[in-house]
Design a binder for this molecule. Structure first.
Ligand SMILES: [Ca+2]
Ligand SMILES: [Ca+2]
Ligand SMILES: [Ca+2]
Ligand SMILES: [Ca+2]
Length: 449
């Protein structure tokens, strides 16, 4: 096993109290029995490094592995989809990986599309099975192209070419459409629409950012709708992040979150109804503004009910303040950071919150938070786990810290949680890692088997 210390889900005494930094590499298990499974509903406690992880290193042909991470239950079992935008000479790609860290399929991009820079899951065709959105910020095929997103139906094992899936591209060169993607059913027809953020959409060099939408029956090639931006600092780089946040107001329809962390001030919007052509601030049901050093809207958690009232809540990061925030109360049209009902705060100056995932890992039905920081530890990166019984915490309430390998590996550029049979695995993407090849990237899996 990779962990020297665990904490029980009932808050009982840990089975050991020494952090694993002094532990030796895992012994090779007997081939007939396989490696031991960690106990169910138990999560790591203490500090962990690359020596404690199962490392999947990107290779020369599969570069910048770990730029994006999502976990999902696929037709062949629990899987990770891991973006590798440097794969196939910048065509980009996606690696499908099982719960043991074994690669089960590789998806190849096109040209210089940089596919895999963003990933999202959802059910786009209403068959009850998970589909994937894959962003390629220079799709279809060359540097300077407008960017776009693929809708990949089904997520079974095996290799495939993204050229066989439907691609939607943005309108103008260098827009970076597909720098962020989401699949969310805002209109309630049972089909998740494909959304793509284009943060560098610009008007005479003044950036504003827009969000595109494609419906299932839209013909390939062009998105049918866009939520417009307007030039100016208030909408600068809108769509840097977008996220399916679930039904946050109880009307049975999902909402979309759109982040503009580089706007002045930083902000995010909660979109209930996608309004083609309407500027994002006007289309939004809620606007939350940061201020000062805030980079609010950098990343959004998967749909999560923080306070256990049965309704999903907005959970968003603000790396400028080294924090994540949840807004669980009734949403006003305009809100500020001080309206957050829950705040998790990391080390200032580390940009904690460059990535986030939330899932219950200790079987108490309260969601737990994993926040990444790719600037921590001189760019080796780190990820911090908070157990969420009270739904919030200061940095001294961090349960486990996962640290990347070498400086400039950018560990925590993406993070993910997967729970299989009540056993949690924490993934930390390090797209700058050079272990398998120069900038091949890597993913560090903690507490898998
Ligand atoms: Ca729909
Ligand atoms: Ca709703
Ligand atoms: Ca809630
Ligand atoms: Ca929990």
């Amino acid at each position: 096993m990779w962990f020297a210390a665990f904490v029980g889900c009932q808050g009982g005494p840990a089975t050991a109290n020494e952090p694993s930094q002094t532990s030796t590499p895992s012994p090779t298990p007997p081939p007939t029995t396989g490696p031991p499974l960690p106990p169910p509903c138990i999560v790591p406690e203490g500090d962990f490094g690359a020596a404690d992880a199962n490392v999947l290193a990107g290779t020369d042909g599969f570069g910048q592995l770990g730029a994006a991470i999502v976990s999902f239950d696929g037709p062949d079992g629990p899987r990770w989809a891991i973006g590798a935008p440097g794969a196939f000479d910048l065509a980009g790609g996606v690696s499908i990986v099982d719960a043991t860290g074994t690669v089960r399929g590789e998806w190849e991009g096109i040209g210089f599309a940089y596919a895999g820079v963003a990933l999202a899951t959802g059910d786009a065709d209403g068959d009850g099975a998970i589909d994937l959105a894959v962003g390629g910020r220079t799709a279809p095929d060359e540097i300077g192209a407008p960017g776009g997103a693929w809708r990949v139906l089904g997520a079974s094992d095996g290799d495939r070419f993204l050229a066989d899936s439907t691609l939607y591209t943005g309108d103008d060169e260098n827009d970076w459409a597909g720098a962020s993607v989401a699949l969310a059913d805002l209109d309630g027809d049972g089909l998740a629409e494909l959304f793509a953020g284009a943060p560098f959409a610009a008007d005479e060099d003044e950036e504003f950012g827009i969000v595109y939408r494609a419906l299932l029956d839209d013909p390939a090639g062009r998105f049918s709708d866009l939520a417009a931006g307007s030039p100016g600092p208030e909408q600068s780089d809108a769509g840097t992040a977008i996220g399916h946040i679930g039904d946050t107001d109880g009307d049975g329809l999902a909402e979309l979150a759109v982040g503009a962390p580089y706007a002045d001030p930083a902000r995010m919007w909660r979109i209930q109804t996608f309004a083609p052509g309407v500027p994002l601030p006007e289309a939004a049901a809620t606007e939350v503004r940061g201020g000062g050093a805030s980079l609010l809207g950098w990343a959004f958690a998967r749909p999560t009910d923080i306070d256990g009232d049965g309704r999903r809540d907005v959970v968003v990061t603000d790396p400028g303040n080294g924090s994540a925030l949840a807004f669980t109360g009734a949403a006003a049209p305009t809100m500020s950071l001080s309206d957050a009902t829950h705040t998790w705060s990391g080390n200032l100056g580390e940009l904690v919150g460059t990535s986030i995932d939330a899932l219950d890992v200790d079987c108490d039905d309260a969601p737990d938070l994993l926040l990444g920081s790719y600037l921590a530890e001189e760019g080796a990166g780190a990820a911090y786990l908070w157990l969420g019984a009270n739904g919030a915490g200061s940095f001294d309430l961090v349960t486990a810290t996962f640290v990347g390998n070498l400086a400039d590996d950018l560990g925590g550029y993406a993070v993910g949680i997967q729970v299989v049979d009540e056993r949690a695995t924490f993934a930390m993407g390090a797209p700058g890692a050079d272990e398998g090849a120069g900038d091949g990237g890597a993913v560090l899996f903690f507490a898998t088997n």
